[in-house]
Design a binder for this molecule. Structure first.
Ligand code: MIC
Ligand code: SF4
Length: 792
């Protein structure tokens, strides 16, 4: 404990200069990074060649002196000191509520909050932002006051989407950032190691506590050739997701290399890194390039460009030996040839179901997808760069010149990523080009990407297809309709779909019919990497609020339905878990959207009790033929005997019956929302036992004091729990004495029918808890531990 407190003081000293929010990142301290890296190289890394990802990680080791050997990927926990934190409004609420309990006076590292998730897309940009102030004023005022109190930069609703604003203002090559959103890796397009985490992890960084990450493996993606005229950076990640699947990147940092990298714009690389979240990767990163330097200058950060240029061949690239023999130094190598890479369509319902453009027409027929495109959407945090929008606009202009608009029955929506992008798009006629073909320009916010889409035309919950340049397409995510099939593609392909109104339309080969009834083919898109006149700043009201007021009160009304002060979870009682019921055995895909839905529930993100009413409502019950949100309850005297998952969980909570979840592969895939861990914990869940976990969610469970276990024999033992799991009663062996060196925890399971044990069996499980994580578990949550350390 003493050692930890000393460490805390050390970090606090290192960041003692942070005294208020910043508008933009300052020039990174490359001397310090190189010093730390060199020390690591000589003391623990035996001077072996390093990948770029390893360099950035090792340059951020919190205390290299305490390490005695090289970290083992997939095994050793690294303790890191991040340089920055970014949070969005949906996840920042819980992060701030936790930070308030930490007892800190201000954040230890520069931090920003971005209001982007709570704006509902309906009538167009300005009206939608104004309405969001009516519907979410309480949340905005809470976040603004907290920003003022703790010295955080506050970006108001309408200013833009977190990842675009971070790229424009805060990303800096070779630095390390945590963001409370799974698409934080977007900043890898600017050579930053940017990692998506739950709010409690962000609290670590904000409270100057070393942040733990299991040393990742590094996957090298070799980009050959260069993009052809119809090719786009999005196609790289769509193809990679197709190859790797939604869990193929788990435990890896994806690092791109090869000559193909040089043909990509900085914003294009950001798109690729952004959607790396969809393969489960810890993050993705590109080596420093001249396009990054150009982007830094265009976004008024010439000082960072100059300092980074000097590091290009050293700190900001993999070592030369790695480039010369990638197969030897990367844990895995994948190749993608940009010359022949086809535009891709990924979906429906999962971001890894990849169909190359030329196979799409056949797939529409064979899969029975609805060919009619009911809505085409571009923008979002994934694809709103000047390059994306100007290329898409070039296609829109070709259509307008022939009197053509978007197809009848197809809605065309544009979500700009930031006010700067929107203003530049307006100034340069891009907005007009979109409006000329019938586009509606939405607010600079997440909107339809996260279910904030009041879709008047929603074809009455019927089966319909949409195409978008977004990154994620889980069922019901966009408009709440489980029958809406979202195909993810590049902005250029979205335009093709908008103009033709068909999924099967291939703009590379097929013809459109103009207003005079004449057939014509679209010329390949053409656009600019950066605006030749520079970026327009946009409206002043969307500049960040940088107003440090340490004595500010943070308003939380006890009557509020949307904000609730957190009560600390109870510490572990020191005993084995017993009498634990299996609430549900989840079948198949269970993303954080299934565990803690967004859309209309977004308004309760700061109120754990109210939000908990949506717990696992998207989960399919393996014991009831995959029936969604229904479980049985066998505890004597409890009601309902069969009901929704949250209702039955609530009945267990009231009766103080602990429960657990059995889950399939990649449980908790998708977003970083820690609510998906806090809600079960709040309702009395003590363990989640899965065939495997997604990284962020597994950590979120640990942070909140829930024990995540994996089956030692995932292919056999999971199925034992698919038969009437409500009858099973579990006790553990191995929770007492939980130890980072011995991973085994055993379950003794009884099947109880009419109060009689009719069958018993033992199951072996494994945990992946480090010593620190075990301390969180014992304290009841990571936050309880921080709070006790602040007091002592
Ligand atoms: C998403 O894209 O799913 C979200 C909404 O941005 C989430 C964040 C959240 O759930 O708060 C994410 O990606 O982490
Ligand atoms: Fe917002 Fe969608 Fe990006 Fe998530 S993926 S940050 S919801 S735009």
């Amino acid at each position: 404990m003493l050692r930890q407190q000393q460490a805390l003081r050390n970090i606090a000293r290192r960041y003692a200069t942070v005294s208020g929010p910043q508008a933009r990142a300052t020039v990174p301290n490359y001397d310090l990074f190189n010093q730390r890296l060199n020390k690591a190289r000589t003391t623990i890394l035996e001077n072996k060649p390093l990948t770029l990802a390893q360099k950035i990680l090792y340059a951020h080791l919190h205390d290299v002196d305490s390490m005695t050997s090289a970290p083992i990927p997939g095994e050793t926990y690294l303790k890191l000191s991040p340089d920055r934190v970014a949070m969005q409004d949906a996840s920042a609420q819980m992060a701030i509520l936790q930070f308030m309990l930490s007892g800190m006076k201000q954040t230890a590292v520069p931090t920003s909050i971005h209001c982007d998730h709570l704006v509902e897309a309906f009538e167009g940009a300005d009206k939608d932002v104004a309405r969001s102030w009516q519907t979410s004023r309480e949340i905005y005022e809470f976040l603004q006051a907290a920003s003022q109190k703790y010295g955080i930069a506050f970006w108001r609703p309408g200013s833009g989407i977190i990842h675009q604003l971070v790229l424009e203002n805060y990303a800096a090559p070779g630095t390390l950032m945590l963001g409370t959103d799974s698409h934080t890796p977007n900043a890898g397009g600017l050579g930053m190691l940017a990692i998506g985490v739950g709010g409690a992890d962000a609290v670590d960084a904000m409270a100057a506590i070393p942040w733990e990450l299991k040393a990742p493996r590094v996957m090298g993606v070799h980009l050959r050739g260069s993009l052809h005229p119809w090719g786009s950076p999005k196609d790289v990640i769509l193809a990679l997701a197709g190859k790797l699947s939604v869990r193929g990147g788990t435990g890896y940092i994806v690092e791109y290399f090869g000559e193909g990298v040089q043909s990509l714009s900085c914003t294009g690389m950001a798109t690729i890194c952004n959607m790396g979240a969809e393969v489960g990767a810890t993050t993705s990163v590109f080596p420093y390039t001249s396009s990054m330097s150009r982007y830094l200058e265009a976004t008024k950060r010439a000082g960072i460009a100059e300092a980074a240029n000097a590091q290009q061949a050293s700190y900001l690239s993999a070592d030369a030996q790695v480039a010369a023999d990638p197969a030897r130094y990367y844990d895995e190598v994948v190749e993608i040839n940009l010359d022949t890479l086809e535009p891709g369509y990924n979906g429906p319902f999962t971001p890894d179901l990849h169909t190359p453009r030329s196979k799409m027409a056949d797939a529409v027929k064979s899969e029975g997808w609805n060919d009619k495109v009911s809505a085409a959407l571009i923008g979002s945090c994934t694809n709103s760069s000047y390059q994306d929008l100007s290329r898409a606009a070039s296609l829109a202009r070709q259509a307008s010149a022939r009197g053509l608009k978007v197809a009848q029955g197809t809605e065309f929506l544009v979500s700009p990523g930031s006010e700067q992008i929107r203003a530049t798009m307006e100034r340069d006629g891009i907005q007009q080009a979109f409006e000329d073909i019938g586009a509606k320009i939405l607010a600079n916010a997440c909107g339809p990407c996260i279910g904030q889409w009041n879709r008047e035309e929603n074809p009455s919950k019927s089966l319909n297809s949409i195409v978008s340049s977004f990154n994620r397409n889980f069922r019901a995510r966009n408009d709440g309709n489980p029958n809406t099939m979202n195909f993810l593609t590049s902005p250029e392909m979205v335009l093709g779909a908008a103009l033709s109104g068909r999924l099967s339309f291939n703009p590379l080969t097929d013809e459109l019919t103009d207003a005079q009834g004449k057939a014509f083919k679209l010329e390949p898109p053409a656009g600019d990497e950066l605006p030749s006149k520079g970026y327009a700043q946009g409206r002043d009201e969307y500049l960040p609020l940088l107003d440090y007021q340490p004595n500010k009160e943070i308003p939380i009304s006890p009557q509020s339905t949307r904000l609730q002060s957190l009560e600390a979870f109870l510490p572990w009682d020191g005993k084995e878990f017993s009498n634990t019921r299996v609430l549900v055995t989840v079948q198949g895909k269970c993303t954080t959207d299934h565990i803690s839905a967004a859309g209309k529930w977004l308004k309760y993100k700061g109120h754990l009790e109210n939000l908990a009413r949506n717990t696992l409502i998207g989960a399919a019950n393996a014991a009831m033929d995959g029936c969604v949100n229904q479980v049985r309850n066998a505890v004597a005297g409890l009601q309902p005997k069969q009901g929704t998952i949250p209702d039955v969980a609530m009945s267990y909570k009231k009766a103080q019956v602990p429960w657990l979840v059995i889950a399939d592969y990649n449980y908790g895939e998708g977003s970083a929302r820690e609510h998906a861990a806090m809600q079960p914990r709040f309702l009395g869940c003590n363990m989640v036992i899965a065939r495997s976990f997604a990284r962020i969610h597994e950590t979120n469970l640990k942070k909140q004091g829930v024990l995540p276990l994996v089956f030692a024999r995932p292919d056999e033992d999971y199925f034992i729990f698919t038969k009437d799991p409500h009858e099973l009663v579990v006790r553990t062996e191995g929770v007492v004495g939980l130890n980072e060196k011995s991973p085994v925890v055993r379950l003794h399971v009884d099947r109880v029918q009419n109060d009689k044990v009719v069958e018993s069996f033992d199951i072996e499980c494994k945990h992946t808890m480090s010593a620190d994580q075990i301390a969180w578990f014992k304290a009841g949550s990571a936050l309880n531990l921080i709070a006790s350390q602040q007091q002592s």
